[in-house]
Design a protein around this ligand. Structure first.
Ligand SMILES: NC(=O)c1ccc[n+]([C@@H]2O[C@H](COP(=O)([O-])OP(=O)(O)OC[C@H]3O[C@@H](n4cnc5c(N)ncnc54)[C@H](OP(=O)(O)O)[C@@H]3O)[C@@H](O)[C@H]2O)c1
Length: 273
């Protein structure tokens, strides 16, 4: 044995896309608490500033790095700003993503009512919105032969959820992209560049709170259905992602690439009976 594994991220530079959101914000906090300098990326510059301020107030080092994950030029500019300020990214968390109400098929609507543009937009945000930041921020990893990319998948990826058509397809694409990139990175950039994903179970966020809980906090019928299929019997809390993220981002997972780790209270393991 050569000692305990290191989860230490001191000296590392991390970018969190979707750092202005619920789960990305929590992941940004976890990275900062582990010692990384954290760049908070999202379209809303004011929220990125606020989150970066919270990380700094908590004793970390952070900066806002506003950009749209679908705008390759803006991402290249953000990567250049990062490199000029701190240096190139060592860790990239691709947490920007989400679903849209008009990309669901539910209620009285049928597949024939689905707006193709809504489908396209959800696939674009979750899938292309993972690839483009990777292209922008992995350049330094490719040059230096070291880095960790952590994508954010979903329980909808491997077994699609009813209603959730475009998002499920997009996150299935994120799983496949994670494995493709893992193979490409290790064989092209070197074994020190790793690409993995976290597949969160059901976490209460702004996008799904009304879908999963009533105004009094009790579960909706769909929320109840989810809890009945979650052996641990609760929704995830954003901090539940921290341990898996720090493992994947740090040298503690040095021989791990191309995996998709469920953080789901047992949902993926349960057959429903
Ligand atoms: N909550 C859950 O139960 C759950 C479960 C599984 C997976 N996930 C995944 O976890 C990730 C975070 O979800 P969340 O629940 O934290 O949602 P959220 O609070 O709505 O956060 C979404 C984030 O994505 C960013 N974003 C959206 N479009 C963007 C764009 N074009 N360019 C840059 N950033 C963009 C938003 O930032 P701006 O608005 O500032 O651009 C925001 O920071 C998503 O990938 C989601 O699919 C969530």
């Amino acid at each position: 044995m050569s000692g305990a594994p290191s989860f230490d991220l001191r000296g590392r530079i991390a970018v969190v896309t979707g750092g202005t959101g619920v789960l990305g914000g929590a992941m940004a906090h976890a990275l900062a608490a582990a010692g990384a300098r954290v760049a908070v990326l999202g379209r809303r510059a004011d929220v990125a500033e606020r989150v970066a301020g919270e990380l700094t107030d908590a004793g970390g080092t952070a900066m806002a790095l506003p950009a749209d994950v679908l705008d390759a030029d803006a991402l290249d500019a953000a990567a250049a700003t990062l490199a000029a300020t701190w240096g190139p990214a060592d860790v990239l968390v691709n947490a920007a993503g989400g679903n849209r109400a008009d990309a669901l098929v539910h209620g009285d609507a049928t597949l024939f009512d689905l707006d193709p543009e809504a489908f396209r937009a959800v696939v674009d945000l979750n899938l292309t919105g993972t690839l483009l930041p990777t292209r922008a921020f992995a350049r330094g990893m490719a040059d230096g032969g070291r880095g960790s990319i952590v994508n954010v998948s979903s329980m909808a990826a491997q077994k699609p959820l009813t209603r959730v058509i475009g998002y499920a397809a997009a996150k299935a694409g994120v799983d496949n992209l994670t494995q493709w990139l893992a193979t490409y990175a290790a064989t092209t950039w070197g074994p020190g560049v790793r690409v993995n994903a976290i597949a969160p179970g059901f976490f209460l966020g702004e996008q799904n709170r009304a879908l999963l809980t009533e105004a009094d906090g009790s579960p909706t019928p769909r929320g109840r259905q989810i809890l009945d299929h979650t052996p641990m019997g609760r929704f995830g809390a954003p901090d539940d992602l921290a341990g898996t993220l720090l493992w994947l981002a740090s040298d503690a997972s040095a021989f791990v690439t191309g995996v998709i780790v469920p953080v789901d209270g047992g949902y993926a393991a349960f057959g429903g009976v």
